[in-house]
Design a protein around this ligand. Structure first.
Ligand code: COA
Length: 129
């Protein structure tokens, strides 16, 4: 029998990113922008795909969605690279947390989901405690 969970939803965040807008930021700021926001693992994943910008935009959306799901939002010392997206062998995304965000969310579970279209990506994050 499935174990009943006593976890409660503590926060939810959603973010939409226009892929062209993100591409313009990459064109303008290049590696400085990419390495400020994304971990090496995230960039390696994106660049292994046919349309890297879609996957970079998706990771940007996840970070924003997690920030929105946090009750403190950006004010609590959120750093871009403290939220890293990884994918399991089936492609399912999850987040690995570092730094202040990791401390803040100790004992919590973060669920994320991503969807791409030609022009936009959307990500949702749910925090369970
Ligand atoms: C998982 C699946 C539904 C994703 O569909 P999709 O239309 O390619 O998804 P989108 O383009 O909207 O979103 C892509 C994101 O889905 C997420 N994703 C991929 N595989 C996933 C999985 N197994 N579970 C949850 N999310 C998944 C990823 O985060 C991906 O973005 P990323 O690569 O940047 O991390 C599809 O690939 C799949 O494998 N479906 C299995 C069922 C099936 O065969 N359906 C076809 C019916 S005709």
């Amino acid at each position: 029998m499935r174990e009943r969970s006593s976890r409660m939803i503590e926060g939810i965040g959603v973010d939409v990113v226009e892929i062209q807008r993100l591409q313009r930021a990459i064109d303008a700021w290049g590696d400085i922008f990419l390495h400020k926001i994304f971990t090496d693992r995230e960039l390696t994943y994106a660049h292994s795909k046919k349309n890297p910008t879609h996957h970079i935009a998706a990771r940007f959306a996840v970070k924003e969605a997690v920030a929105k799901a946090l009750t403190t939002g950006w004010s609590g010392g959120f750093r871009w690279k403290d939220v890293e997206v990884e994918n399991d062998s089936s492609g399912k995304p999850s987040v690995v947390l570092y730094g202040h965000v990791r401390e803040l969310l100790k004992g919590s579970k973060i669920l994320v989901s991503i969807s791409h279209s030609e022009n936009v990506v959307v990500a949702v994050a749910v925090i369970e405690r």
